[in-house]
Ligand binder design. Sequence first.
Ligand SMILES: [Zn+2]
Length: 78
Amino acid sequence: MTVSTRFRCPACGFTVFNRRLAHCEACQAPLPESLRFDAATLARLERDAAEIDRQRAELAREAEAQEAQRQRRRGDGG
Ligand SMILES: [Zn+2]
């Protein structure tokens, strides 16, 4: 697997995985704006994360309901 977009700290060459950070995780050097997500991208990511959380909660609720139904059925059968 090749990562086509790879961002490195200009100061130490450390690969920047978390582009939300304003500073390099390795040397704490400030990262250039171009390496970082802009405010609009960050806002979109936040929205996406919230949406994923919502979907995940919904799926969990569904699975719980199905499990409850299954257990009820099992109880009825004796
Ligand atoms: Zn660095």
